[in-house]
Design a protein. Sequence first.
Length: 383
Amino acid sequence: MYTIDLNQLTPQQFLNEYWQKKPLLIRQGISNFEDPISPDEFAGLAMEEQIESRLVWQKDGEWQAEHGPFEDYSHLGDKDWSLLIQGVDHWDEQVAELIRPFRFLPNWRIDDVMVSYATPGGGVGPHVDNYDVFIIQGSGKRHWQVGSNTELKEVVANSALLHVEKFTPIIDVELLPGDILYIPPGFPHQGVAIEPSMSFSVGFRTTAKSHLFSNFADYLIDQQLGSDMVVDPERQPTTTPGLIDSNDIDKLKSALHEMLSDDDKILDYLGNSLSQCKHELAIDPDLQDMSMDQLSEFLQDDESLLIRIGGLRCMYFDQESMLGRLYVNGESYVFSQQQHAVTQLLANNSELGAQQLQTFAQDDDFKIQLLQLINLGYWYWQE
Ligand code: SIN
Ligand code: CO
């Protein structure tokens, strides 16, 4: 289990002073750090079709990027390239554990753990990201530079990389295993491996405002809501047919406002939308056929642990109308209002001991819902 020391700042102090504001170097944020995944296991993941991997290297001074899967790296030699994989927390339990020390941030803000392996000289070049990231240095050393967030010109050296022009560093350091660099959105940065090295980026992403609207529109269409037309039985004749007059503008704006002011719809939309996965889930079909009897046995066994699979997004609201609703992977699961406490347990903890669920162990409705979630492959039991 990883614990983090944020330069002796409390989470509150870190959020006040640095979060979304300025970068922070945290020497030995995780002491005695060991890679949760070896470079060999990591290369194995890059062979999988459904895993998002990328190779980045330079050829004759030009940046090159290619998407996986990859089998072989021998043509790249032993320097100046790096292999990056998104969403490794979905595929490796130990990597998913890296999120645990950051649970002072809510589930909906978590993006993924991106892992990179770089040979000496390897990196992805100077760039900005639109997410907050904690870059945890694993084995090996990497040289990192972070610039200030003043306007930077984008230089699209390769359309996949979104590079920026050279910047003056405000942080210029060599990271050693267990060191952490926090970089808020908009701060240019670049890491170059000094020796073969692993790095683990715990990323947090919000959403573009335009996506909030477009996803809301998708939600309305999916739920067959808002299909009633804007009507105008009180229309008056016009002598300026080319004009959209202020009455009409008000009417159209109030139709938009009306949709946005329905709190239950907005919450349901947010729950559905924010709980959608960013990367494919690693569902194990062998764990999808639990019987009710087996579930009851696990619930009665104090030693057993109920584990949420890596990357599964799970959340709830505490508004009266939402009590008992659990949003998981883009869907809502309705427990009874009395079972609100169990939705909190499932969403707030990535693993739960059976005894934490004891109060509900005899409740058939709860067990039916939990069995459904288990047989969807979202949670599994470990003895
Ligand atoms: C890397 O690990 O090489 C890139 C991470 C980043 O800059 O976001
Ligand atoms: Co970056």
